[in-house]
Design a protein around this ligand. Structure first.
Ligand code: G3I
Length: 403
């Protein structure tokens, strides 16, 4: 195996005390209080591909690799906005790089059925039409979620009213894409984020998250939603999607696996588990090996898995050369862990470029302190140039899993 990239192992000054990576090709200006200071001692180590893939290129040095993620044969997706796609450079980058898109907000209930029975598909259709024109697949996100719900749904009273609204919503939305864009919306996040971990005296206990659906229909709303979606489009892959369940341990992860196992055992038409993967630059929460172990147990249920919303916030270390190389490492390990399983259908990033990440809404804070850095969590910068993170993903897709 040939050492391919330099690693920087000298992190005590940054309070991490473990292995971090240093980019050889990252020319991003360091900024903020988290920046690695010039002259700090470093210890450079090589890192290598875990699988000794026969790769001709040394992409860290090759600024002109002519392919995008989609050319690797793996399905890599990205969350897009209808507004973003109106920017030709944004649209061109999405089309060149990705084989799948998710509407970041435009397919959510508040956007698509803002009033009872009044459906507005205009912005969502623009995204799906873009995907169709560019030979891409779409993940439908999301049918039943407590958040970004049209306000009128929360005012419904009684199980019949809620069941009727949920049924009409799922049937209308899924049928719309089944009929108007056949074969494009291949998967749906049918239910999103239905479980929660209690805080306070009962801390650690997993409960069904409070929502109008759970209050009025009980936990059975989840199975009902999957059945309605499946009856409407038997060809669509139906996913449960959540955050904080990527590792194999912990209350929420255990509770989620138990819930999904129960759905499978009951014959509910669920086909996959979506791991959101909003994460940080160190290999923890979960580490890649633990993520792989978790994937394996879902695969054991006969389900597919996807990374549905990955981003790697640099708030904890700073958007500097060290942070960006760590980010590359983290992307590489997670994307590798997913695609090393035959059950992994796709990996999606939650946004195209750093300036449009949802994480900018809160920025980098620590308590009441606003840190002098940015989350910068994605694979492209504001000019749609590939970051070090891009190479981490690309390497994973082409068989190079960093050690
Ligand atoms: O559309 C309004 C606009 O009219 C208004 O002027 C503006 C003012 O703030 O707000 C706009 O709405 C925002 C919306 O995104 C569309 O841009 C909301 O404030 C904002 O809260 C909302 O955030 C979205 C968030 O979900 C809401 O929960 C993020 O963009 C979106 O990335 C995020 O995505 C979720 C996934 O769906 C589920 N998993 C977690 C993930 C991250 O939170």
């Amino acid at each position: 195996m040939t050492p391919r990239f330099p690693l920087l192992k000298r992190l005590s000054a940054l309070g991490l005390g473990s292995l971090l990576a240093c980019s050889s090709d990252d020319e991003t200006a360091e900024q903020g209080t988290n920046a690695l200071q010039p002259g700090e001692p470093t210890e450079l180590l090589p890192y290598t591909c875990a699988a000794d893939a026969a790769r001709a290129s040394t992409p860290a040095d090759a600024a002109d690799v002519p392919s995008g993620f989609r050319d690797t044969g793996r399905t890599v997706g990205v969350a897009v906005s209808e507004a973003g796609l109106q920017d030709p450079a944004y649209a061109a980058t999405v089309a060149a790089q990705f084989g799948q898109v998710t509407a970041e907000n435009e397919m959510k209930w508040e956007a698509i059925e803002p009033e009872p029975g009044v459906f507005d598909f205009s912005r969502a259709d623009a995204i799906v039409a873009f995907a169709q024109q560019n030979g891409m697949q779409v993940r439908g996100h999301t049918l039943v979620w407590h958040s970004q719900l049209a306000p009128w749904v929360d005012t419904l009273v009684g199980p019949d009213a809620v069941r009727e609204a949920m049924t009409r919503h799922i049937q209308t939305v899924v049928a719309h894409y089944r009929d108007n864009f056949p074969g494009v919306v291949v998967a749906w996040d049918v239910v999103n984020e239905a479980l929660n971990v209690m805080q306070g005296p009962m801390g650690g206990t997993v409960i069904y998250r409070d929502s109008i659906f759970y209050r009025e229909l009980g936990e059975g709303f989840i199975a009902e939603a999957f059945r309605i979606a499946n009856e409407t489009d038997p060809n669509a892959l139906l996913f449960y999607n959540d955050f904080g369940v990527e590792g194999s341990g912990g209350a929420k992860s255990t509770g989620t696996f138990d819930m999904v196992s129960g759905l499978v055992a009951a014959g509910v038409p669920i086909h996959g588990m979506g791991f959101q993967m909003h994460t940080g630059p160190t290999d923890q929460g979960p580490n890649a090996a633990d993520f792989a172990a978790n994937i394996a147990r879902y695969a054991g249920l006969g389900l597919e898995v996807e990374v549905t919303e990955m981003d790697v916030s640099l708030c904890s270390i700073g958007d500097n050369s060290l942070g960006r190389e760590l980010q590359r490492f983290r992307y590489n390990r997670i994307v590798s862990a997913c695609f090393e399983s035959p059950a992994c259908r796709s990996v999606s990033l939650w946004g195209l470029s750093d300036p449009v990440s949802w994480l900018n809404d809160t920025g980098c804070t620590q308590g009441t302190l606003v840190l002098d850095t940015q989350p910068a969590p994605l694979a492209f910068d504001g000019s749609f140039a590939r970051k070090a993170a891009w190479w981490g993903i690309y390497d994973a897709l082409t068989g190079c899993s960093y050690q």
